[in-house]
Design a protein around this ligand. Structure first.
Ligand SMILES: Nc1ncnc2c1ncn2[C@@H]1O[C@H](COP(=O)(O)OP(=O)(O)OP(=O)(O)O)[C@@H](O)[C@H]1O
Ligand SMILES: [Mg+2]
Length: 372
């Protein structure tokens, strides 16, 4: 039956056509009754959110709340829908799917009327915009890196000049010192100054804006030294033993700065995983190991192995998706591995992962051997 006042053209169309259009729509469609309980969800809805229609029907769409929007957000949303002058809501929000992953959507909510013309419930159409959000987040991340880079280069200059003066004076005093004890002390001062200068140079490198890929002969061992220089303090605090079994002779074709960024992300993830394992009660001696292997296809695999909490198999597929994180809000954005995988592919490399819950994880970065 058609609602009174509907244009007559609809009378000629079999009404099931509307059902099929909704059912086959690529965008998620949900319909609630007047009490706000779901009475219908289409196939795309189930695909995006992971709940079958049997699991969803009879529940409220609050099922999808992610905690990313404050209560005020929903209050404002409903006041717009109820306001006869507006009568609908449209905007972007972040939902949570059944498996816990976050789904950013563009959602529109409209009240609909039944056969008798009276209010019958709400219809929501959600367009999955993860892809767009992913791009925006990557751009934002790069922007942030660029501004950190700007700060770092300013600081490097400001700190570098007085450091140079201090170093000069320290050397002068070391030369004039008669007592060997004082000479040794002054040498420690210069060595520490050199350490600060090196750290500043590393910081400058990590925060560089990545635009052009510069493939050259790179020593993975040198890259790892640089990364450990940046995070070494954390490793010492966590009592993680470091095993660097990569020979200084190994050479890959890579972009040095990109490889620093990649390994820095993997090492930070490994430290977090080890901390989690310790918190979960595995207090055995933890280690972080770097190894390399030449593959038959001429690639070299650089492997980062940790004795952390490990990754459940069902998460393997999601690891490299932007926003996939198991860390608490504020602790991880879930962008690390998404950026890592982008950087690896920009260098024509591959990334592989092997892991066992309760034992640890190995990430391998395969890059072309420089000498072939
Ligand atoms: N070495 C590892 N051991 C165990 N789990 C890991 C390891 N590396 C990554 N993971 C898992 O993969 C998820 C995604 O990692 P990713 O680096 O992309 O994001 P994140 O570390 O959570 O946040 P961000 O890097 O943006 O700060 C992590 O939340 C964690 O669950
Ligand atoms: Mg990370």
């Amino acid at each position: 039956m058609l609602r009174k006042g509907m244009p007559t053209q609809f009378a000629d169309i079999p009404h099931t056509i509307f059902y099929h259009c909704v059912e086959d729509s690529n965008d998620a469609i949900m319909i609630t009754n007047t009490a706000g309980l779901l009475v219908y969800v289409n196939a795309a809805w189930s695909k995006i959110y992971g709940y079958s229609s049997a699991e969803a029907l009879g529940k409220t769409p609050r099922l999808l709340h992610s905690g990313y929007q404050a209560d005020d957000f929903y209050k404002e949303m409903w006041s717009q829908i109820r306001d006869p002058k507006v009568g609908y809501w449209k905007g972007e929000l972040v939902n949570r799917a059944k498996d816990g992953s976050l789904v950013p959507v563009l959602l529109s909510i409209t009240p609909y009327r039944g056969d008798d013309g009276g209010f019958s419930g709400f219809m929501g159409i959600a367009v999955d915009i993860s892809y767009r959000r992913e791009l925006e987040a990557k751009v934002a991340h790069q922007d942030r890196l660029a501004s950190v880079g700007l700060l770092a280069s300013g600081l490097a200059h400001e700190i570098g000049t007085p450091l140079g003066v201090i170093r000069g004076r320290a050397e002068f005093l070391a030369m004039r010192a008669k007592e060997p004890k004082i000479r040794t002390e002054m040498e420690i001062v210069t060595a520490e100054i050199d350490r600060i200068s090196k750290l500043i140079r590393s910081l400058l490198r990590v925060s560089r804006d990545f635009t052009d890929v510069q493939l050259a002969e790179v020593s993975p061992r040198a890259v790892i030294d640089e990364v450990l220089g940046l995070v070494g303090q954390n490793l010492r605090e966590d009592l993680v033993e470091i095993r660097n079994a990569i020979s200084s002779e190994v050479r890959v074709r890579a972009d040095f700065d990109r490889l620093v960024q990649i390994l820095l992300n993997l090492v930070i993830n490994a430290i977090h995983a080890i901390r989690k394992a310790t918190k979960d009660g595995r207090v055995d001696r933890h280690f972080l190991e770097f190894t390399s292997e030449v593959r038959r296809d001429g690639f070299i695999e650089i492997r980062v192995t940790d004795t952390g909490c490990g990754i459940p198999e069902e998460n393997f597929k999601k690891l490299f998706q932007a926003f996939f994180t198991t860390k608490d809000v504020g602790e991880g954005t879930g962008l690390g591995l998404a950026i890592v995988s982008q950087l690896v592919h920009e260098m024509q490399g591959q990334i592989l992962v092997r892991s066992k819950v309760g034992e640890g994880t190995t990430f391998s970065i395969a890059l072309p051997n420089f000498s072939v």
